[in-house]
Ligand binder design. Structure first.
Ligand SMILES: [Zn+2]
Length: 480
């Protein structure tokens, strides 16, 4: 299939439509001048759009961010307290073409293109047709574009907002497409598929060095926070990890920037020489990864890191009111269920019950490692001695029940829908004492919450489909 030809045809059509739209606006303005009437109110078109994207977050995650930030940080949570409260609020249904439960590729594709696709497809419909992504539309209409994530830059969400592939697993092909699309800002993990196999951290099979190819196109390249903060060029490639960037609990601040630091740098670069404005996607993927692991402590820190970046976006909007800020997730991850529960099974009496609250939240706040970090430290053959030591050191106040300990040491799951071992078992340990239970290690069909503030925000109000989100985005970008 010749994607390139299809896209060229499409971009040419977009330019023709844009010229036509200008003609219509000119006519409308000429009409006003002669009659003295004001032009009919159209959907307000923002100059800049910032999409803040917490993969795997829906209403329970957002409310947990608000509650935990208030109790443990004594700080408001900008997502709920500012954007959801003062902006437009909506829900979007998420099902893909070929299932009820969605993956991030199909969810991101619908939100970027306005079309339903199959799970794992990246902006390619079930009949094999690539459909224009939000970033392609933005580029065709003369806007600058940027993609920021804590995942690999070729991961499902940033890819679905900009590129095309039958399968999201085509990492090398997706990186090649980035070089061709040339986003003004591209930042996250995933240096592995930019570098040839045989070089440190490289996995490419064709021997190419794509970091060098970006440099040759005039990009500044940042590989750590110091280089990121010093970047002053007009185009920026930031690669801070070979694969995904770390959870906040495990992150080395000298090696990897925060989501807020990446958002700050992206806005600095994109707002330079930007007469037509820009569209920026900032994704925190660790919200989703923590959900898969059933890791409530890592989820909490990921939500805070995300919300700090929302603060950066809102501050930019304060200085540039022609900016629309959208906050969203793509689906819910983990069936996250903070609840009340029995302290143990000695009696089912309500006297033996606890409601999760501040005391249990403080226990989460004292955890000092992610559950993925525990897996790494346990290695391929977990030993009881290492396991007990890790729990004593990093999970103060928690005890591992014998049933869970046995499953971890024999590397067996609790159930068929808890496929991450040992993370989901450790997640259950945390849940039994804190009430932060989870229903699955996968995604759920809970509708995604969309909050929007700024020009055009009203389009996102109410209960809609995720393809409507994509259609609104295209309309706001292209003015059609
Ligand atoms: Zn996921």
């Amino acid at each position: 299939m010749n994607y390139r030809k299809l896209m060229e045809d499409w971009i040419a059509a977009a330019w023709r439509a844009r010229a036509a739209a200008f003609a219509v606006v000119a006519l409308a303005l000429a009409g006003c001048a002669s009659t003295g009437d004001l032009p009919a109110p159209a959907a307000q078109q923002p100059k800049n759009i910032i999409i803040m994207f917490a993969d795997g977050a829906s209403s329970t995650q957002w409310d947990f961010g608000r509650y935990s930030s208030q109790v443990l940080r004594q700080r408001p949570f900008a997502t709920t307290d500012t954007v959801f409260r003062s902006g437009s609020l909506g829900l979007v249904s998420t099902q893909p073409s070929n299932a009820y439960v969605v993956d991030s590729a199909a969810a991101g594709s619908a939100m970027s293109t306005g079309h339903k696709v199959n799970n794992a497809a990246v902006a390619v419909t079930p009949d094999g047709k690539p459909v224009p992504t939000a970033m392609e539309v933005a580029k065709a209409t003369g806007k600058r574009i940027g993609l920021v994530t804590t995942a690999t830059v070729y991961d499902a969400t940033p890819a679905a907002f900009s590129l095309h592939a039958i399968s999201r697993r085509d990492s090398q092909g997706l990186v090649d497409q980035y070089l061709e699309l040339a986003p003004d800002v591209l930042m996250g993990g995933g240096a592995d598929f930019f570098l040839p196999a045989g070089t440190p951290g490289g996995k490419r099979k064709d021997g190419k060095d794509i970091i060098a190819a970006f440099r040759a196109k005039g990009y500044q390249v940042a590989r750590n926070p110091a280089e990121l903060n010093a970047a002053t060029g007009a185009r920026l490639l930031g690669l801070f990890a070979e694969e995904d960037m770390d959870f906040e609990l495990d992150r080395d601040p000298a090696r990897e920037p925060t989501t807020a630091e990446m958002a700050t740098a992206a806005l600095r670069v994109l707002s330079r020489d930007s007469p037509n404005g820009f569209i920026l996607l900032v994704e925190n993927e660790n919200v989703d990864t923590a959900g898969h692991a059933n890791d409530a402590a890592s989820l909490m820190h990921a939500l805070w890191a995300f919300d700090d970046a929302v603060g950066v976006a809102l501050e930019f909007q304060r200085r540039n009111p022609d900016t629309l800020v959208i906050i969203t997730g793509d689906h819910e991850t983990g069936g996250f269920s903070p609840t009340y529960a029995q302290k143990d099974l000695s009696t089912l009496s309500s006297k033996n019950r606890f409601y999760t609250g501040d005391e249990q939240l403080r226990m989460l706040g004292r955890i000092t490692i992610s559950l993925n970090g525990v897996k790494e430290k346990l290695g391929k053959k977990p030993s009881g001695e290492v396991l007990d030591k890790l729990i004593a050191e990093h999970f103060p106040g928690f005890k591992l029940d014998p049933d869970l300990r046995e499953l971890i040491l024999t590397q067996k799951p609790l159930e068929r829908n808890f496929t991450y071992v040992p993370q989901n078992l450790l997640g259950r340990m945390v849940a039994r004492q804190s009430g932060y239970y989870w229903g699955t290690s996968g995604h759920t069909p809970e509708p995604a919450v969309v909050g929007a503030i700024g020009p055009g925000a009203e389009l996102f109000r109410g209960y809609q489909d995720n393809t409507d989100f994509g259609k609104h985005l295209h309309r706001l970008i292209s003015g059609r």
